[in-house]
Design a protein around this ligand. Structure first.
Ligand code: AMP
Length: 115
């Protein structure tokens, strides 16, 4: 898989405002925040697109992404009022970085439908 900006952040080759790290997951603030709280949660294992996910094989990793999202939402104080989790998938989904990532957005009222 091609190296992305996120691989460089995982390897600490470029700086990021990291809010959570485990052996398998990294979470850091989005450089171009769309909400008062905007954090990207990524598996360290490089999965480019959700189409590469095997539900059974990758269930533990996906569970860890959601666990991290809930833990970070609590730490950031956005769990009570609610938040939004987004995974942009491929071109039509608006995915720019081909390394699976979950956006955690909160701190304001979200609109629907998304743009
Ligand atoms: P997506 O459009 O779903 O692929 O989201 C990619 C996200 O990565 C965008 O929200 C960007 O603002 C964010 N991003 C790109 N480069 C960096 C970086 N160096 N540090 C933090 N966030 C970044």
């Amino acid at each position: 898989m091609a190296d992305t900006i996120f691989s460089k952040i995982i390897r600490k080759e470029i700086p990021a405002d990291i809010v959570f790290e485990s052996d398998t997951i990294l979470a850091f603030r989005d450089i171009n925040p769309m909400a008062p709280v905007h954090i990207l949660i990524i598996p360290k294992q490089p999965i480019a697109y959700t189409t590469e996910i095997d539900g059974k094989r990758d269930a533990p990793l996906l569970g860890e992404l959601f666990d991290a999202a809930n833990k970070i939402a609590k730490e950031q104080g956005i769990d009570k009022n609610g938040f939004r989790l987004v995974i942009n998938c491929g071109d039509n989904g608006g995915q720019e970085v081909p390394h699976l990532h979950m956006h955690l957005l909160g701190g304001r009222k979200m609109k629907w439908p998304p743009g």
